[in-house]
Ligand binder design. Structure first.
Ligand code: SF4
Length: 433
C-alpha cells in the first residue's frame, strides 16, 4: 500500500492552486503552503490530468504524487482549507511580536489629542513602563518600534534617542529581539539623524520620495549621492522609498536610472521601492505597473516578494498600536482621522474607550462572502479591504483587488515571487531562504 494513503483516503485538487508559464516551463504554486513546483512545459498536460485525477498520479507516478501532496497542490478530499487558513490567520494575529508606531510631532498621524492624556505623564515618562509591562504580560518575543516623524526635529531627537535606548536595554534584559525603524517625510540627511543612526542600531529608514517632475536631474543625482554615502556609513541600514505615481509620468523613468547609475547592483538589495497610485487602476495602467515592478526587481532592488505572506493589516494584529506624544493610542495610523480611542494610563497599560469601535475585534476582515470565495484568500487574508477603505475608494463588486504594498493583482505577485525564488535557485542553488 502506498505510504501516503490508506484505503479510505481520497484526494482532490486544492482550491488555491496557481499555474503560470515561464519560458519553457510551467510553475505550479499553492497559496496555502506557499510552495511551488516548476514543471517542463512538455509535462503540463500530464500534471493537469493528475490534478483532475489524483488516483492516476498515485498509481503512475508515486514520487510525483508525493511532491504534489507536499506542495499542497493535492490535498485529502475531506480537508477543509478554510480551517487551515483560519488557523494561519490566528497564528499571525496573535504572534508574539509587538509592533508599535510612535510619533512625537504628529508625524503623519492625523489624530488630535483627545484630552485623555494623563497630565504631565507624557510618552517620555510612560513608554518605558508600558513596554516593560506589555512585554512581560504578553510574553512578547519581538518588539518593533517605528518612529514616524515629519523630520528629525531638534526637540524630538533627544527623546527618540533616550526612549529607543531604554527599549534596547529592556529588550536585552528580557531576551526580546528589537527592531528599530524610522519613517520620515523630510530631513533625511540632517546631522541629527546621522547621530541617531550612529547611536542606535536602526534597521531601516522609510522615506517618501518627492514625485516632483520639475525637480532637476542634478538635484535627484545629489540626493542619490547622499544615499550612497549613507549606505557606506551604515552598512546594515535598509532603505524603503515610497513614491506616488501621478498623471505626469512614471516613477521608474524619473528616479530608477539615477539610482542605477549611482548604486552598484550588489548593494541594491538594501533598497526597496513601493509605488502607489490610485487604488483602482484600469488594466492598462496595472500592466504598466507590473512591468515597472518587474524591471525594478531585475535591476536588483528588493521588492520584498518574500513577504508574500500571508501578512495582516496591522489593525488586525493583536499586538500592534500607534501612540503619540501625550499617550493617545490607536489601532491604525490611517483610519483614525479624528480621535484616538485609547490612552496610556499612569501605570503603563492601555485603556480603551469602549464606546468607540476599535478594529482588533477578532473577526477577520476576510469573513465575508467575497473573500471566502476568493482564490487569493490565503495570500491576501482580506488585506485589500482596509487599503481600499483607507483610500476612500468605493469598492465595486467586479473590481479586482490589488495587493498592498505592491498594488498589483495577487496572481501577479505570486508570479513575480516564484520567478524571484527560481532566479535565486539558478544563481545560488537554493530555493529556500
Ligand atoms: S483579493 Fe480581495 S476578495 Fe480576495 S481575499 Fe483579498 S480582499 Fe478578499
Amino acid at each position: 500500500m502506498d505510504k501516503h494513503r490508506n484505503s479510505m483516503d481520497e484526494f482532490k485538487q486544492s482550491r488555491y492552486n496557481y499555474r503560470f508559464q515561464d519560458e519553457d516551463q510551467w510553475i505550479y504554486f499553492n497559496g496555502v503552503t506557499k510552495k511551488f513546483i516548476p514543471i517542463p512545459s512538455i509535462l503540463h498536460d500530464m500534471v493537469e490530468t493528475y490534478l483532475e485525477s489524483p488516483e492516476k498520479a498515485m498509481h503512475e507516478s508515486p514520487s510525483f504524487f508525493a511532491s504534489m501532496l507536499d506542495a499542497g497542490l493535492l490535498i485529502k478530499a475531506d480537508q477543509d482549507e478554510l480551517d487551515v487558513i483560519r488557523a494561519q490567520y490566528n497564528a499571525l494575529r496573535n504572534d508574539a511580536s509587538y509592533q508599535l508606531m510612535l510619533t512625537l510631532d504628529g508625524g503623519f498621524l492625523p489624530f488630535s489629542q483627545n484630552g485623555h492624556a494623563q497630565g504631565h505623564h507624557t510618552l517620555m515618562q510612560l513608554l518605558p513602563l508600558h513596554l516593560e509591562r506589555y512585554i512581560k504580560e504578553n510574553n512578547i518575543k519581538h518588539l518593533q518600534l517605528e518612529w514616524i516623524e515629519k523630520s528629525m526635529h531638534p526637540s524630538n531627537y533627544e527623546i527618540i534617542k533616550e526612549l529607543s535606548s531604554s527599549a534596547l536595554r529592556l529588550c536585552k534584559q528580557e531576551g526580546v529581539e528589537l527592531s528599530l525603524r524610522l519613517t520620515l517625510q523630510d530631513g533625511l540627511f540632517e546631522d541629527r539623524l546621522m547621530a541617531l543612526l550612529t547611536d542606535l542600531s536602526v534597521q531601516s529608514i522609510r522615506f517618501a520620495l518627492k514625485n516632483d517632475f520639475k525637480q532637476s536631474v542634478s538635484s535627484k543625482q545629489a540626493f542619490v549621492d547622499r544615499i550612497r554615502i549613507m549606505m557606506d556609513r551604515f552598512p546594515s541600514l535598509a532603505f524603503v522609498f515610497f513614491a506616488q505615481e501621478n498623471e505626469e509620468g512614471s516613477f521608474l523613468t524619473s528616479w530608477i536610472p539615477i539610482f542605477n547609475a549611482k548604486i552598484e547592483k550588489s548593494e541594491r538589495q538594501r533598497i526597496s521601492f513601493f509605488v502607489r497610485g490610485h487604488e483602482l487602476f484600469n488594466s492598462e495602467q496595472e500592466s504598466a505597473r507590473e512591468k515597472m515592478l518587474f524591471k525594478i526587481h531585475q535591476d536588483g532592488y528588493n521588492l520584498q516578494w518574500n513577504n508574500v505572506l500571508p501578512s495582516l493589516c496591522l489593525t488586525e494584529k493583536k499586538h500592534a498600536f500607534v501612540m503619540n506624544a501625550v499617550g493617545d493610542v490607536a489601532k491604525c495610523l490611517l483610519t483614525l482621522d479624528r480621535t484616538a480611542n485609547g490612552y496610556l494610563s499612569s501605570h503603563g497599560n492601555i485603556f480603551w474607550d469602549e464606546t468607540m469601535a476599535r478594529t482588533d475585534n477578532e473577526i477577520p476582515f476576510f469573513e465575508n462572502v467575497r473573500c471566502l470565495l476568493c482564490k487569493h484568500l490565503p495570500i491576501c487574508m482580506g488585506q485589500c479591504i482596509p487599503a481600499k477603505r483607507n483610500a476612500k475608494v468605493i469598492v465595486n463588486e467586479n473590481d479586482e483587488c490589488l495587493l498592498p504594498p505592491w498594488y498589483i493583482s495577487p496572481a501577479k505577485v505570486i508570479e513575480l515571487y516564484c520567478k524571484q525564488r527560481l532566479d535565486r535557485y539558478l544563481n545560488e542553488g537554493n530555493v529556500d531562504e
